[in-house]
Design a protein around this ligand. Structure first.
Ligand code: CA
Length: 224
């Protein structure tokens, strides 16, 4: 899951980025509306956290432009506490949720979880795939009821695989969803992550198939 944070307040932005990364998300940050626009046009993000009061181009304008490009990326807007108008205008313009400043970072992370899981399996709190179960709220995976110990990267990978179960995912798509700007992650590194995840899932009969030259696919679970 890759998130774009568009926030011009440096300390708030830093706190946001830090807590989201701790929760296992890949996070990129921009500090003005123009940069947000460019980033959204160039990359596929799974969620946008958007401050409405941004320099260069307002958050509302960024949101309108995003929706005019027919993007369905979930958007959480950050508004000033007393501006009911902003909230209404933002939601009308296609935002999915809002938080009024100041807010607790824990609440923000909870909202982010709710929004990102809407895109997955119709928003079910728990996804099952054969012996594998993934709890989207707690972000924990288990195999035959036993929790699996996964690194943040492996967790990110697993989420993408479950989102696209049965479909082919290219290495480029994996890099795009897993990695932040400036992070050098090669195709070889992706192979290593997939290899590790595969090892952890194999005991439950959950298989990630390699489609040579094209990418990977989480294959349909085999009935026991
Ligand atoms: Ca601001």
């Amino acid at each position: 899951m890759r998130i774009l944070v568009a926030e011009d307040d440096p300390s708030l932005a830093e706190g946001l980025v830090r807590s989201l990364r701790k929760s296992g998300y890949a996070v990129d940050h921009v500090a003005n509306g123009e940069a947000a626009d460019t980033a959204l046009e160039a990359n596929g993000f799974d969620l946008l956290i958007l401050d409405l009061g941004l320099p260069k181009r307002s958050g509302l304008e960024v949101l309108k432009r995003l929706r005019s490009r027919k993007s369905a990326t979930p958007v959480l807007i950050l508004t000033a506490r007393d501006s009911v108008n902003d909230r209404v205008t933002g939601l009308d313009a296609g935002a999915d949720d809002y938080l009024a400043k100041p807010f607790e970072l824990a609440e923000l992370v909870a909202r982010v979880r709710a929004l990102t899981r809407r895109g997955m399996a119709g928003g079910a709190a728990r996804i099952s795939h054969g012996a594998l179960a993934f709890d989207q709220v707690g972000r924990v995976a288990s195999l035959n009821g036993e929790p699996i110990d996964l690194s943040a990267r492996e967790l990110g990978l697993l989420e993408i695989f479950l989102q696209c179960a049965g479909r082919l995912i290219s290495k480029d798509q994996l890099v795009n969803h897993l990695c932040e700007w400036g992070e050098e992650v090669s195709g070889n590194a992706i192979e290593v992550y997939v290899h590790r995840l595969r090892k952890k899932l194999e005991p439950g009969g959950v298989r990630i198939a390699t489609v040579r030259g094209l990418g990977y696919s989480l294959t349909k679970p085999v009935s026991p």
